[in-house]
Design a protein around this ligand. Structure first.
Ligand code: SIN
Length: 285
């Protein structure tokens, strides 16, 4: 969608970053209390582009929470302790001596919960001199570009999503060790439709991900894996994706119901710190 498609009631400007996903919003200072029409416009851009980006924002944790709260109810991340004064804000931190990054695999956030978050807002505090970008992929497109017979097969299926899936669990082990909330990953598992209908847009999106999906409901892992492996490759292709290069003061807000993300781990020896808030979501259908 091009910027000319928009008639915004507010003064925000919208610049799509690729043909598939992502738009940068300018002309707004999110440290301020935003007018209703500005919030409505930002929400519409999020629904249209799946992930939105803001640059050069100077916000405190309190202001980040105030901004995020205009779009929903902040949630608590189950595994890593939040800031002392703001438990809804999770510090996403990789230190110079660490090699594993948080969430370092393609995923949608915490789909092992019965009601996974509708969205996530990440604000950049400290960044490596280069690297540490985040990739995003459009799961409407991932679904719509499958063949009709495969779409029909997937439409009727559910998938089991687990917090204990090894590849994803490893990406948060350091932070759980020194600041965890004591929850056991093994108990966090949820069954959701493989194709979910977005509650606001009514569009269908592919809702499996390599980080958390273990198998299809009613099928064994051996039966599920070949098809899931195909879907994991298909759903992240360049035509459906964008790459966000962070700068201090950048903020990204993505829709977990129809987008996946992948933080690139290419900055060993440097610190990267972002503040993350998730927004409560509803039960996928
Ligand atoms: C996350 O998965 O929430 C972290 C994303 C990032 O660090 O870029």
């Amino acid at each position: 969608m091009s910027v000319t498609n928009y008639t915004m009631a507010s003064k925000i400007e919208v610049q799509p970053v690729t043909g598939g996903i992502g738009a940068e919003i300018s002309g707004v200072d999110i440290s301020q209390v935003l007018a209703e029409e500005t919030v409505a416009d930002i929400r519409q851009v999020l629904l249209d582009h799946l992930v939105i980006f803001f640059r050069d924002q100077e916000i405190t944790p309190k202001q980040q929470l105030a901004f995020v709260s205009r779009f929903g109810e902040p949630d608590i991340y189950p595994f890593v302790k939040g800031l002392d004064d703001y438990p809804e804000i999770t510090p996403i931190l990789k230190l110079p001596e660490e090699t594993v990054n948080f969430g370092g695999i393609w995923h949608s956030d915490t789909v092992y919960q019965p009601n996974p978050p509708m969205g996530t807002v990440l604000y950049a505090k400290e960044l490596p001199p280069a690297g540490g970008d985040t990739l995003f992929a459009n799961q409407y497109q991932a679904y719509e570009t499958l063949s009709a017979p495969l779409r029909a097969f997937l439409d009727g299926l559910t998938a089991i999503n687990s917090a204990a899936k090894g590849s994803a669990a490893a990406t948060r082990s350091d932070r759980v060790a020194d600041g965890g909330t004591g929850l056991a990953a093994e108990v966090m598992e949820a069954e959701h439709p493989v194709v979910r209908t977005h509650p606001e847009t009514g569009r269908k999106a592919l809702y499996v991900n390599t980080g958390h999906t273990v198998r299809f409901g009613g099928m064994t892992e051996a039966e599920s894996t070949p098809i899931l492996d195909y879907l994991y490759r298909h759903q992240i292709q360049p035509e459906f994706s964008c790459r966000f290069i962070w700068r201090p003061g950048s903020l990204a807000f993505w829709d977990n119901r129809c987008a996946q993300h992948y933080p690139v781990n290419d900055y060993h020896g440097h610190t990267r710190l972002l503040h993350r808030v998730t927004l409560k979501g509803d039960k996928p259908f």
